[in-house]
Design a protein around this ligand. Structure first.
Ligand SMILES: C[S@@+](CC[C@H](N)C(=O)[O-])C[C@H]1O[C@@H](n2cnc3c(N)ncnc32)[C@H](O)[C@@H]1O
Length: 288
């Protein structure tokens, strides 16, 4: 494994999810959703054609987005703070691969100014600030500023995050753990605030896109007994916020609903809500 960029110990800034463990099973349920949104934004709003662009996946995790994007662009970089996630990512690419990985934190991106044509950052910003310490989002703001620095003028950032409504209605199990959904919502700046923070960093907002037809967990999302398996829960860090006792109670409830058959109607109802709000929001913005 490569050496970290800095001699300081690297951490996720908040550490409620242990990615060194969950990296082992993360890909069991996680899919790179919104690919056509990301590629469309890079292709349509950048001055260079897509195949000439240099792209960064910031918080690349196990490399699912890079795997789908790398052959469409000139060069790809991935950076992540967790070595377990990076090891999984590197395993997806052959020795001669042109995808370059760095072990580092987004707070201090180790790239020159004006380097990338496009940056994508998927489902990372809920790991950056701890609402117990501050209700502002200093690390998210820092990351938007460093992202701005390393983008070329006219370069595009595509940021994939969740609105509060999506946390409540976009994931069927959220209804069974409302207090944890509140905790997760407190970790994420609202879409409106995120756009303000992008503007403070210097970006011009391009727009917002919500994919309604895709779910982060792919077909496994619809498995009514899915959460009973740890590998399924490892694909959504919301589960990590539950205490042992609440996790036990929630799983008992899911088990009972599976046994008495009521889960089918329950999932139908939840699915109607998800289809209205989606699971994720993509904000794209340009360096002026
Ligand atoms: C939910 S995963 C998303 C991974 C990938 N982007 C995806 O969508 O599949 C969050 C990732 O953010 C990474 N991460 C969290 N804080 C970070 C930081 N400060 N710098 C770099 N990566 C970070 C974690 O290690 C983890 O791989």
């Amino acid at each position: 494994m490569m050496k970290p960029i800095s001699s300081e110990p690297l951490h996720t800034l908040t550490d409620y999810e242990n990615y060194s463990v969950t990296s082992q099973t993360y890909d069991t349920t996680r899919n790179p959703i919104g690919l056509e949104i990301i590629l469309g934004c890079f292709a349509a709003t950048n001055i260079r054609p897509l195949h000439e662009q240099v792209i960064l996946d910031a918080g690349c995790g196990t490399g699912n987005y890079l795997q789908a994007i790398h052959h469409k662009v000139r060069a790809c970089y991935g950076i992540d703070v967790n070595e377990g996630m990076l090891a999984q990512a590197q395993r997806k690419f052959g020795k001669g691969s042109l995808v370059k990985f760095d072990h580092g934190s987004l707070v201090n991106l180790p790239y020159p100014d004006d380097f990338f044509d496009g940056i994508t950052c998927n489902q990372v910003i809920h790991h950056l600030d701890d609402p117990k310490q501050t209700d502002a989002f200093p690390n998210v703001q820092a990351i938007l500023s460093t992202t701005y620095r390393v983008l070329r003028p006219q370069g595009v950032l595509v940021l994939n995050t969740c609105s509060r409504q999506q946390l409540v209605d976009g994931y069927w199990w959220a209804d069974l753990m409302p207090e944890v959904v509140d905790q997760m919502a407190a970790r994420i700046p609202s879409i409106e605030l995120t756009m303000e923070m992008l503007e403070i960093a210097g970006f011009q907002i391009g727009g917002i896109i919500v994919p309604l037809h895709e779910v982060l967990q792919g077909p496994s999302y619809f498995d009514p007994a899915g959460p009973l398996q740890k590998s399924f829960r490892d694909g959504d860090s919301t589960w990590s916020l539950l205490s042992e006792e609440k996790l036990h109670r929630t799983l008992e409830r899911i088990r009972t609903m599976n046994e008495d058959g009521s889960i089918i109607q329950y999932l139908d109802e939840r699915e109607k809500r998800r289809k209205r709000v989606g699971q994720t929001t993509f904000i794209f913005a340009r360096k002026s």
